[in-house]
Write a protein that binds this ligand. Structure first.
Ligand SMILES: [Zn+2]
Length: 254
């Protein structure tokens, strides 16, 4: 097998032109050039990209056309951090520097707890994986499936956790929808397996807070590609580069 290229997915602000990670608050990394540290073959075209944006590519190119309902959507990915990608007509809106989509640092409550980014009351503190697991007495290393099982139970702690996280997510997503006029939200990462639990609380906030909701209800669903989404998106990004410019690959392989 000949390797056409690779992508390194990182949960933070990535400068794609220089393959530099500016900051990843939950890793405690900043101003880092990770590729030279990886001892990769010299002629292997590698790039660094934001994890949520790569995972969103899997939702665009990794899904059979007949299964897709929208070409414009907001992808929201949960883990310790909460990331997002704004997808407009099958293209990711990167923003001026490629730093769009940092939904995890939208403010839910300015008087809320300190976030690793330095701000206070960010969405991550209410709906990130640490908030979810600690509210039901689990460890942050708990596998997503086990967390989903715990949150599916009928006890009061599980229900309150789902309600609180869903409401915080709904507030942040409503802000995004009011700004962007998007009517589909796909939940990925550790949210994919609990999307059906979170959706009612999120949709309740969207009904109350999105100005256009009476005319265009916003749908919330699990992302179609849930497992290894960033990995799949990274591979598809390389493949798209080959399709766009096959001569470059042929020349490199000699
Ligand atoms: Zn923050």
């Amino acid at each position: 097998m000949r390797v056409a290229g690779g992508r390194l997915a990182l949960p933070g602000l990535v400068d794609m032109r220089t393959s530099t990670l500016r900051v990843a608050p939950n890793l405690g990394w900043s101003d880092l050039e990770p590729l030279p540290m990886m001892n990769l073959p010299a002629n292997l075209p590698m790039g660094v990209a934001n994890e949520a944006k790569l995972a969103a590519l899997a939702q665009i190119w990794g899904v059979p056309a007949g299964m897709r309902t929208r070409r414009t959507f907001l992808y929201v990915s949960g883990d310790v951090g909460v990331g997002a990608a704004i997808v407009v007509e099958d293209e990711i809106f990167h923003g001026r520097h490629g730093w769009s989509g940092e939904i995890g640092h939208l403010t839910i409550d300015p008087a809320g707890p300190l976030c690793r980014c330095g701000s206070t009351g960010c969405l991550e503190r209410y709906a990130g994986k640490e908030a979810l697991v600690s509210a039901v007495g689990l460890d942050v290393d708990t596998p997503d499936e086990m967390l989903a099982d715990r949150l599916s139970t009928a006890d009061a702690a599980a229900k309150a956790t789902v309600q609180d996280a869903g409401a915080a997510l709904g507030q942040a997503i409503a802000d995004a929808v009011n700004l962007l006029d998007i009517d589909q939200v796909l939940l990925g990462g550790s949210y994919a397996g609990i999307a059906h639990l979170l959706a009612p609380a999120i949709e309740a906030e969207l009904r109350d807070r999105v100005l256009g909701a009476p005319w265009a209800p916003v749908t919330v669903a699990a992302a179609p590609v849930a497992d290894h989404a960033a990995l799949t998106g990274g591979a598809l990004a390389v493949l798209r580069g080959v399709i766009d410019d096959p001569v470059r690959l042929i020349e490199r392989l000699g």
